[in-house]
Design a protein around this ligand. Structure first.
Ligand SMILES: [Zn+2]
Length: 192
């Protein structure tokens, strides 16, 4: 058994033991009780940090995490997840939550392609994905602007209903302070 697997199973054993000794966890619905989905970044510093900073607890919201909290295609796995959240799980509000010092601000198609080449990825494969990487990674140079752009794209997405309210926010990864960059008020105007 690998060291990582061993570590995970060891932690899991004590987690379950402790949980059972306290009578187990309450059963929580899969429907988010606050009808909320949060699209945020995979950044390590947000782990066990973003939710308390937002006042969210287990059962209240859907969390979708991707590098740079982007949704730049009309349909991809992020949009698919949001479609499930909206059409199957009663989500009405979506918060796009970026964070300061996001790694995507410094990540470019060039740097990714260079590192792929160093790891021996096939040249043709790199050439094939480069245009997508340029479209995805290169525009993220300012987190506030990037969050606002994602909010705009979600509002204009042909597969999501205009009844949604979509907000843009940015959290600081050290203090946990959140600033609002789009409070959803532009929604109706933009839809009309
Ligand atoms: Zn990030």
């Amino acid at each position: 058994m690998s060291e990582l697997t061993r570590q995970i199973l060891k932690a899991n054993e004590s987690f379950v033991k402790q949980s059972l000794s306290q009578g187990g966890f309450d059963e929580v619905s899969k429907y988010p009780s606050r009808n909320l989905a949060v699209l945020t970044c995979m950044d390590t510093r947000l782990l066990s940090f973003l939710e308390p900073a937002m006042g969210l607890v287990r059962g209240e919201a859907k969390l979708i995490k991707v590098a740079g909290n982007t949704a730049f295609e009309d349909f991809d796995s992020v949009i698919g997840s949001l479609m499930v959240a909206v059409y199957e799980l009663h989500v009405h509000d979506i918060i796009v939550m970026g964070h300061d010092d996001c790694g995507m601000l410094k990540t470019t198609a060039d740097s990714l392609c260079r590192h792929m080449a160093e790891e021996g990825i096939d040249e043709k494969a790199i050439a094939a994905v480069r245009p997508k990487l340029e479209q995805w990674a290169n525009p993220i140079t300012d987190i506030d602007a990037s969050v606002c752009d994602t909010v705009r794209r979600l509002r204009a997405n042909p597969y999501l209903p205009s009844s949604l309210t979509i907000y843009g926010m940015v959290i600081h990864p050290h203090t946990g302070e959140i600033r609002v960059v789009d409070d959803g008020e532009g929604q109706e105007q933009e839809v009309l």
